[in-house]
Structure formats: C-alpha cells, structure tokens
Write a protein that binds this ligand. Structure first.
Ligand SMILES: Nc1ncnc2c1ncn2[C@@H]1O[C@H](COP(=O)(O)OP(=O)(O)OP(=O)(O)O)[C@@H](O)[C@H]1O
Ligand SMILES: [Mg+2]
Length: 284
C-alpha cells in the first residue's frame, strides 16, 4: 500500500550521511529506496556524491559522451539552478518493474565536485533546495546520498535541503567517531544551515554480533542521540551486498541471501517511517 502524503505536505527529505567513506551510505540509500518502492511508494534518489555510485547502482542512464554527461546530471543543474530545474534531469531507475516506475534518480557526475568552486556565491548552499522545488511533489520519499565529507559545499547543500539525517554507521571506533562529528556539526551549525534539520537515526551496517567490540561500539553509537535513535535492524556483513553493488541489481534479484537482505531493508524502512512520525509529533 502506497504511503501517500497530504497534497499540501512535502515528502520527507532524508540525507544519508556520515563523515566516513565506505560505511554503507550508498548501500543504505539504494536499499531503502528499493524497500519503499516495494511498498508501492514513489522515491526520488538525489545523488550528491560526485562518485556517482547510487546513479550507477540504480542504473540511471547518462549519455556516453563525457561533455554531455555533466549537463544531464546535477553537475549541470546546480551551478545556477532555476527553481525546480532538477525536473529536466529526472532519470528513471534502470532496474526491472516495480522499481523502474517507482524510483527516479537525479544523477551525479564527476563534475559535481567542482560545485565547491562557487561556494562563495550568495545563498550557494540553497542551490539544491531551489532546484528540487516542486519536483519533489510527485514523490512519497526523497533520499539524498551524501559524499563522505562533513564541511564540504556538497554536504551543506544536501543538509540544507533535508528534514532529517540518517547515519549509516559501522560498529567500529572510527565510524562511530565520524557519526559523532555529524551530530556535533548539526548541533553547531543548524541555526545557519537548516534550523529544522535533525537526526532521524543511525543504521548499524556490516554488523557482526559475535564480535564483542561491535556490541561495545553499538552502545557507544546509542550514546550519541539515545538508544531510540538506533535502528533495531542490524545489517550483517554479507557478500551479497557486494554482488548487488557490483552487478547494479536489486537485492531481490540476488538469490535467497539477497532476498533476506531486502527484507531487512523493509524492516529498517518501517522503523524509519515510524521514527519520522514520532519526531514530527514531538516537534508539533
Ligand atoms: N552489509 C554489507 N556487507 C558486505 N558488504 C557491504 C555491506 N554494506 C556495504 N557493503 C559494501 O561495502 C562497500 C562500501 O559500501 P557503500 O558504497 O554503500 O559505502 P559508502 O558509505 O556509500 O561509501 P562512500 O563513502 O565511498 O560513498 C561497497 O562495495 C558495498 O557493496
Ligand atoms: Mg557512497
């Protein structure tokens, strides 16, 4: 059953971020997008990472010619966007049904890295927000895949456009430290960047329950924003995640292990929706 929102309300905009590379930001973005699509929702995935990994994994088509790629991506829209200009680069997910008709991508390209060169322009950090205006009305959920940086202009744009942050986090010291820096930056810069931004939660990734150190680091994670902010679904370290990303396929097409992992993403998505409802009620 599709999770529709009232006509006047915007879909939740969720930035998937951590100040650490390789912790599962893109895997979480893609897995949750798939889970939402399986539930009948329409999802917009905004790829704010110049690596373009969610663009590739969702098989969003970009032109082959290098000079045309940037123009068809956020790298072509964000330098000086008109309101709602992202509409011209909306690209369907290249997976099979039902994903193809329910997930759209705002693709990324390497040239997006250059956006920071114009970070000094007035309201430069509001460019993504401006480009997304009205485009998002057609969706039930907007997921923004962030680069692994904290003080970058791309991160500022992603967070300014978001209502919530979701922080994928390995239960390891450096990853938890990085998540803590995310939380500290929100506390410090929220008033200038985005007063409404809050952390929806932390998603434990590549979790190995038999490791004592992982259990300890999970407790450390809970100390950042409280145990209720930790997604109860722990994503195990499984080779099928690599298969899905290598082949750019949905987990549901990667055998029984993939279907099990897809079910975990559905659980995590249910938790995320409930968590957002709870946070909305608390803020009202
Ligand atoms: N639960 C898991 N088990 C095994 N491998 C995983 C798991 N989650 C992610 N991976 C793999 O780890 C690698 C990094 O994951 P991913 O690209 O999602 O991280 P990221 O945080 O987006 O990285 P970056 O900071 O570079 O954007 C990928 O090859 C992915 O397939
Ligand atoms: Mg990534």
């Amino acid at each position: 059953m599709a999770q529709s929102h009232p006509p006047s309300a915007l879909p939740p905009h969720i930035a998937v971020a951590n100040h650490k590379g390789g912790v599962g930001k893109t895997s979480t973005t893609v897995g949750l997008a798939a889970a939402a699509a399986e539930a009948g929702e329409r999802v917009l995935v905004v790829d704010m990472d110049p690596q373009g990994n969610s663009t590739r994994r969702l098989r969003a088509h970009l032109p082959d010619a290098l000079e045309d790629r940037a123009a068809a991506s956020l790298a072509g829209v964000l330098p000086s966007p008109a309101r709602g200009e992202a509409a011209r680069i909306v690209t369907p997910c290249g997976w099979s049904a039902p994903y193809s008709s329910r997930i759209d991508v705002l693709p990324s390209d390497l040239d997006l890295e250059l956006l920071g060169l114009t970070a000094g322009l007035p309201s430069a950090e509001r460019r993504l927000l401006r480009a997304l205006a009205t485009v998002v009305d057609a969706y039930d959920l907007v997921l923004i895949d962030c680069p692994p940086s904290l003080l970058s202009h791309l991160t500022d744009n992603a967070w300014t456009a978001s209502d919530y942050l979701l922080v994928p986090c390995e239960a390891e010291f450096e990853s938890v430290q990085a998540a803590r820096r995310v939380s500290e930056r929100i506390a410090r810069d929220r008033h200038t960047l985005n007063p409404d931004l809050q952390i929806a939660g932390f998603v434990p990734t590549r979790y190995r329950a038999h490791l004592g150190v992982h259990r300890t680091r999970l407790e450390d994670m809970a100390k950042i924003s409280g145990p209720e902010s930790i997604c109860p679904t722990r994503f195990p370290e499984l080779a099928v995640m690599k298969t899905a990303s290598e082949k750019a396929l949905p987990l549901t097409e990667c055998g029984s292990q993939g279907r099990d992992m897809a079910a975990l993403f559905r659980d995590a998505y249910t938790w995320l929706r409930n968590r957002i409802t709870h946070l909305e009620k608390s803020a009202a």
